[in-house]
Ligand binder design. Structure first.
Ligand code: ZN
Length: 415
């Protein structure tokens, strides 16, 4: 190619690059702030001191794998746009305490030619979320690469803030991890090491405050159904999974929420729930595109996945404690019905709440509490609703001097 033509091409490229740069900078100034709240290893929207205290039951929405570009191999993203539009409508109508997108925001990785366009569309669509609903973004393997490096993580940080951080929401301590370095640390061993040191400090600091719950969010499930299942594409290798699970259980982490699998999965590690949530974008199994709603109560959490077209109009928080009503704070249009904690209510967990099959009740015998059923529950088919509980005086169920007849036992299960 003659050098003058090469020079002209260079000028054209440089000019259009500059134009794009300015357009992106403008958008950045107007709408980027909400996407860079994860800063200095915390999330700026939440006041850490105020939020360390339990306030009232609330719910948040957990989304995953919007993955702009996946339906059509990066050529376009109309289907993702349509699904995110629906998700944003639900977010604005239900008005959660916050919405969190657990990774794979885009399909293209930072070095891909389509990355900028997909990020711009993601931000354009999520900018329509009501400004008083914090939108928490988590990095996935598509956001930082299957083998993340310092530079791929830096690209992510430029667009979406920190890759790992923590924040408090009304008595609950939330931790967000960069799970891609847990999956494959070979390109950024220092990042994994730093994250691990940070995590240990965070769990120690949380213990000193005494949170109602500790919740952890990341892109990769630690495991899908069994804490010790063999390594595979969708989980974290046992080599790093086992010590991390031990640490999280030790710290009394209530649940880990993840995506990446593009369908739902569930398992337990001791009492800790491992919740894998289906995609906003393209599904890879039978679960349709949707998201999860997580209700947080003073002593328990409940969660359920909703396909995009089946999301309820309102969320009912049947409160365990006294619901405080703050005039300035928008509430979901659902009714909040305070219900005092019944002294003799039982520690229990309910699974597959709306499943059509015959309900199963697991009772722990001898001196055991409900955790004795963990390994069985982990293999529970999704078609059966199930409840497991600890009898009075075992596990976290208080003792009771009520008669131990069928009528009283059944009634205490309903409290
Ligand atoms: Zn993924």
């Amino acid at each position: 190619m003659p050098s003058y033509i090469r020079f002209i091409l260079y000028l054209i490229a440089a000019t259009s690059w500059g134009a794009n740069g300015f357009a992106t900078d403008d958008t950045a100034k107007q709408g980027n702030e909400r996407f860079t709240q994860a800063d200095n290893r915390t999330f700026k929207s939440f006041d850490p001191l105020r939020e360390q205290t339990w306030q009232h039951p609330y719910f948040f929405m957990q989304l995953a794998d919007t993955q702009y570009g996946f339906f059509n191999e990066n050529k376009s993203f109309e289907q993702e746009v349509a699904l995110v539009e629906k998700a944003v409508e639900h977010i604005n109508r239900l008005h959660p305490r916050f919405a969190i997108v657990c990774g794979d925001l885009t399909n293209a990785t930072p070095e891909h030619a389509r990355y900028r366009a997909q990020v711009a569309q993601y931000k354009h669509d999520f900018s329509k979320v009501d400004p008083d609903i914090p939108l928490v973004c988590v990095c996935g393997n598509h956001d930082v690469g299957n083998r993340p490096t310092a530079s791929s993580i830096a690209s992510y940080q430029e667009n979406f803030g920190d890759d790992y951080f923590s924040f408090w929401t009304g008595g609950v301590f939330n931790i967000v991890l960069n799970s891609s370095v847990l999956k494959d640390p070979s390109g950024a061993p220092d990042v994994l090491a730093a994250q691990q040191v940070w995590l240990s400090k965070q769990l120690g600091a949380a213990r000193d405050v005494g949170p109602n719950h500790i919740l952890l969010f990341q892109h990769h499930p630690l495991f899908l159904t069994q804490a010790d299942e063999p390594d595979q594409y969708f989980n974290i290798p046992l080599e790093r999974r086992t010590p991390l699970l031990d640490q999280l259980k030790q710290a009394d982490v209530r649940a880990v929420f993840a995506g990446h699998y593009h369908r739902n999965a569930y398992g337990l590690a001791g009492d800790m729930e491992m919740v894998t949530t289906g995609p906003v974008g393209r599904p890879l199994g039978e679960d349709r595109s949707g998201f999860r709603i997580v209700s947080v109560y003073e002593t328990k959490i409940e969660h359920k996945y909703w396909a995009m077209d089946e999301v309820p109009e309102t969320i009912n928080l049947a409160s365990q404690g006294q619901a405080n009503s703050t005039p300035n704070q928008k509430r979901p249009s659902s009714e909040v019905k305070p219900k005092p904690i019944a002294k003799s209510s039982l520690q229990r967990n309910v699974f597959n709440r709306d499943a059509p099959g015959i309900p199963i009740i697991f009772e722990a015998g001898m001196g055991d509490d409900l955790s004795v059923w963990d390994n069985v529950i982990a293999r529970l088919p999704p078609k059966n609703r199930a409840m497991v509980y600890s009898r009075h005086g075992y596990g976290e169920s208080p003792s009771s001097d009520e008669p131990r007849d069928a009528e009283h036992i059944i009634s205490s299960m309903h409290r």
